[in-house]
Design a protein around this ligand. Structure first.
Ligand code: FAD
Length: 448
């Protein structure tokens, strides 16, 4: 064996696995990352945005969602109490490396009042406690995490893992794109969402059972910050769920950014929208996503292809993301630059092309988005204004879910799969917590 443990991917899940192994005295450990090191990452390239030290976390909004109901499915593997302790452990590591001490969304009479009013509007408010690192501070925190392990863990960036190697149902190591084979007693696969295609292919080769996750498709909504001030001051990020009258589809708000900015997300094939906010810099608007979840059964079972198709349609019509005033959408006309110029909400993403989102979304999605906005209007008057801006499309793809044991081990012995790439997490806290679970399981096994 060259290494005791080899980790594929240096996103939050891989980093926390490495950190935990180092703390537990396990070694030698090798951490492999196909992207560049932090100081050489370039956000404007699709690969640089998601790959490199820190993974997708590097340019994320840095919201640490501390509630177990949000950001992943670790609750399916752990008892509630153990999960709570694990999330606290993971949170403490983030704080020790520079995440702010302030937590938003602590339970309060104001929060309860908001939840009651949401209920009257047919909305369910999922309370969630949040710590906000802010986009500009994520790099500093991730750099500190690297400094904590660089002496104890061998890190190789710009090093792509081509294949996982196994023999007789047991992992034996990895094969690098350079052709080099690395032999290792344990392997932790942590390739994130950007490595979902690779993970799916490797799972097929190894005969691992997987299942498709739904795709979430929708718009990013932007409006003047005072419209949502009461909500964002009380809980910072409100997770609101609504079941539509017409289709009974589940629609949710996602990633709320008070005083934030709408941004373009580039992948190698599509341009979509996202949002973030800085801890220091403030715009006059708040943005959030409204997402409709779509799952398929048979004969079609490829939600990722479906999401790509819709995003490509928006790109075809708008040469990139499209922006439309809600008033124009409801009046059945496209937005033009002149109409956007007259809009009372000033867009924070002026590069988006004024257009007509009704040409992009299937009726089912468009109707669901409009019904959600109507419901939100009851909770926060002003949401359903003619001047509310809609950007499309926002798509959330999730990796296939891999069948895992409670220790996050696959059916191949000593191969663990963690984080967003295993389809079990969707955010920084749960991704990093999954790294701790796998590392502790390996340590326990070695010690016994
Ligand atoms: C724009 C944006 C904003 C976000 N904002 C938030 C937020 O505010 N709060 C929150 O909780 N979450 C947020 N997220 C999600 C969060 O970033 C992810 O949930 C988290 O990074 C997942 O961690 P991970 O380690 O599983 O995967 P990743 O962070 O994706 O890391 C995986 C790493 O593995 C590497 N890799 C893949 N395949 C290979 C291979 N074959 N060989 C070697 N290396 C490989 C990749 O290059 C990548 O660096 C955001 C995501 C994005 C894109």
């Amino acid at each position: 064996m060259d290494y005791e443990v080899t980790i594929v991917g240096a996103g939050p899940s891989g980093i926390f696995a490495a950190l935990t192994l180092a703390d537990l005295g396990i070694g030698p450990v090798l951490l492999l990352e196909l992207g560049k090191n932090l100081d050489q990452r370039e956000r404007k390239h699709a690969n640089g945005m998601l790959c490199g030290w820190g993974g997708a976390g590097a340019y994320s909004d840095g919201k640490l969602t501390l509630s177990p109901e949000v950001g992943g499915f670790l609750g399916e593997f752990l008892e509630a109490e153990s999960l709570n302790q694990l999330l606290q452990k993971s949170d403490k590591i983030w704080v020790d490396h520079g995440a702010p001490k302030l937590v938003f969304g602590e339970s309060s009479p104001k929060l309860e009042d908001l939840a009651d009013r949401a209920r009257l509007a047919d909305l369910e408010l999922i309370p969630s406690r949040i710590r906000h690192i802010g986009t500009e501070n994520c790099l500093t925190v991730l750099d500190r995490l690297q400094k904590s392990i660089v002496e104890k863990v061998e890190i190789r960036t710009e090093c792509r893992v081509e294949n996982l190697l196994s023999e007789n149902g047991q992992i034996t190591g990895v094969k690098l794109a350079s052709g080099e084979n690395i032999y290792s007693r344990f392997v932790i696969a942590a390739p994130g969402r950007s490595g979902a295609g690779w993970m799916k292919k490797e799972a097929e080769t190894l005969g691992l059972k997987t299942r498709a996750s739904p795709v979430d498709i929708g718009v990013r909504v932007e409006l003047p910050a005072p419209v949502l001030k009461e909500i964002t001051d009380t809980i910072y990020e409100s997770k609101l769920i609504y079941y539509t009258k017409t289709f009974d589809d589940k629609v949710r708000t996602f990633c709320m950014n008070p005083y934030g900015e709408v941004v373009i997300e580039k992948s190698s094939e599509i341009l979509t929208v996202n949002g973030h906010s800085y801890a220091g810099r403030k715009s006059e608007n708040t943005n959030f996503a409204i997402l409709v979840s779509s799952a398929f059964t048979e004969p079609f079972d490829d939600p990722i292809a479906y999401g790509f198709y819709i995003a490509r349609l928006a790109n075809l019509l708008g040469k990139g993301p499209i922006i439309q005033r809600l008033g124009d959408l409801l009046a059945g006309r496209r937005s033009t630059q002149e109409r956007i110029n007259r809009c009372l909400t000033r867009p924070t993403l002026p590069e988006a092309t004024p257009g007509d989102l009704s040409f992009v979304f299937p009726f089912r999605h468009m109707q669901s988005i409009i019904e959600m906005l109507e419901a939100l209007e009851k909770l926060a008057p002003g949401v359903y204004s003619r001047h509310t801006l809609l950007y499309g499309v926002e798509v959330k793809f999730y990796s296939n879910r891999i069948d895992l044991s409670p220790e996050l081990e696959t059916q191949v012995k000593n191969l663990f799969a963690i984080g967003d790439g295993a389809g079990i997490t969707r955010g920084l806290i749960q991704a990093s917590a999954s790294g701790i679970v796998a590392a502790e399981a390996i340590s326990n096994r070695l010690n016994s």
